[in-house]
Design a protein around this ligand. Structure first.
Ligand SMILES: *[C@@H]1O[C@H](CO)[C@@H](O)[C@H](O)[C@H]1NC(C)=O
Ligand SMILES: *[C@@H]1O[C@H](CO)[C@@H](O)[C@H](O)[C@H]1NC(C)=O
Ligand SMILES: *[C@@H]1O[C@H](CO)[C@@H](O)[C@H](O)[C@H]1NC(C)=O
Ligand SMILES: *[C@@H]1O[C@H](CO)[C@@H](O)[C@H](O)[C@H]1NC(C)=O
Ligand SMILES: *[C@@H]1O[C@H](CO)[C@@H](O)[C@H](O)[C@H]1NC(C)=O
Ligand SMILES: *[C@@H]1O[C@H](CO)[C@@H](O)[C@H](O)[C@H]1NC(C)=O
Ligand SMILES: *[C@@H]1O[C@H](CO)[C@@H](O)[C@H](O)[C@H]1NC(C)=O
Length: 313
């Protein structure tokens, strides 16, 4: 470091007391780097008018970048496994690192040396490289429906990440405190989280007939995804979802239905309705028949069919 010191500089040093460098600070943007991403390490300092001799950048104890403005070739890069310097965006003030991987997380430093006095100051920051979960949490319950008094048992698992995602269980949007969380290592060197839910189901939990269990995975304020399960009380339970056709196929099917409805409906309905009412004796009223038929057929289409059917009865 002291090789080639010019005589005036040496004189200045010997005379001593020259402090021409203050407040070396290292700023990392962003403070947490998502794996594969880019980070800018910005080295602030107050030179108090003194000329700059060098700025050196370290990962741990290993120097990987040096800026010496008075040299013929001011920037120098020292190969360090995993470090990829974006030379176009690096200079004497900042170094930009590209494609950062998880092994690069650690202490980074910048060391500033002033010319003449050779006063030196170093600033260090821990730079974290994180990996976000690659899919949303998976929430499973042991049953499809619960009666008041039963226990609802469910578990939720997050995708592997680093650091592990935090999982929060919410019952009707209220965080459930009494859920136990555990961490598990993944094969890829990450961590996944699991949480078990054991909840006594009470009638009050069915707000407007619905009990919603949600599992929210978060990583700091950088990531938030959730999975939800809805449970209904028997009275308000919507009929089981029928198969819904997707996209253009669905539209095509719908237009097809409306085109042929007037032709086929009376035939289809009369056949079914007659078969169906053979199971009843005459003690059933019109309303009861309508109700049974409606529940048999279900949904909007059912109602249309029922009306058409009853008209033709
Ligand atoms: C990160 O980079 C280092 C150095 O190139 C390499 O040895 C290591 O396998 C990489 N880690 C991952 C998780 O890609
Ligand atoms: C850096 O800049 C040069 C000239 O402007 C350009 O040709 C080169 O593609 C750039 N490199 C990167 C990695 O952006
Ligand atoms: C270094 O580069 C940054 C961003 O490109 C720029 O804002 C800054 O002025 C440059 N500093 C010097 C000393 O060239
Ligand atoms: C980073 O530096 C701090 C103190 O500056 C030290 O406590 C910590 O162990 C260092 N971390 C690593 C990964 O070297
Ligand atoms: C999670 O719950 C499901 C259904 O109740 C069960 O099959 C599975 O074994 C549970 N997994 C864990 C890790 O508890
Ligand atoms: C998880 O939650 C704890 C407590 O709120 C918090 O300190 C920690 O930073 C969180 N971790 C992640 C990865 O979000
Ligand atoms: C329906 O279509 C959407 C987008 O077109 C697609 O993401 C989804 O997977 C499809 N669902 C089924 C059941 O095919």
């Amino acid at each position: 470091m002291f090789g080639g010191i010019a005589f005036p500089s040496l004189l200045l040093m010997l005379c001593g007391g020259v402090t021409s460098l203050r407040d070396v600070r290292l700023l990392v943007k962003p403070p947490m780097v998502i794996r594969g991403g880019t980070a800018a390490l910005i080295c602030f300092r107050d030179m108090q008018g003194a000329p700059l001799y060098s700025v050196k950048w370290y990962r741990g104890n290993h120097e990987f970048y040096r800026y010496t403005p008075l040299d013929e070739k001011p920037t120098q890069v020292f190969g360090l496994p995993g470090i990829s310097v974006d030379l176009n965006n690096s200079n004497g003030t900042q170094v930009v690192l590209k494609r950062m991987n998880l092994t690069l997380a650690g202490n980074f430093s910048c060391e500033v040396t002033a010319d003449l006095s050779f006063a030196t100051q170093i600033a260090t920051k821990f730079v974290d490289v994180i990996e976000l979960p690659s899919f949303k949490p998976v929430l499973k319950a042991d049953k499809d429906r619960y009666q008041p008094g039963e226990r609802l048992r469910a578990n939720c698992t997050s995708a592997p990440a680093r650091p592990a995602a935090n999982l929060t269980i919410k019952i009707n949007d209220e965080p459930l405190r009494s859920s136990e969380t555990s961490l598990h290592p993944s094969e890829t060197g990450l961590l996944w989280t699991s949480v078990n839910v054991d909840l006594k189901v009470t009638p009050e939990l069915f707000l407007s007939g619905r009990l919603r269990v949600a599992c929210v995975a978060t990583v700091y304020n950088l990531y938030e995804k959730q999975a939800t399960l809805d449970f209904f009380t028997p009275e308000t339970d919507p009929r089981p979802e029928r198969i819904t056709l997707n996209g253009s196929a669905s539209k095509c099917f719908q237009s097809w239905i409306f085109l042929f409805l007037p032709i086929f409906l009376p035939m289809v309905v009369m056949g079914q309705v007659e078969d169906y009412f053979e199971n009843f004796d005459d003690s059933f009223t019109y309303e009861e028949k309508k109700h049974h038929l409606s529940s048999l057929l279900g949904g909007e289409t059912g109602r249309v069919l029922v009306l058409t059917g009853l008209v033709s009865l």
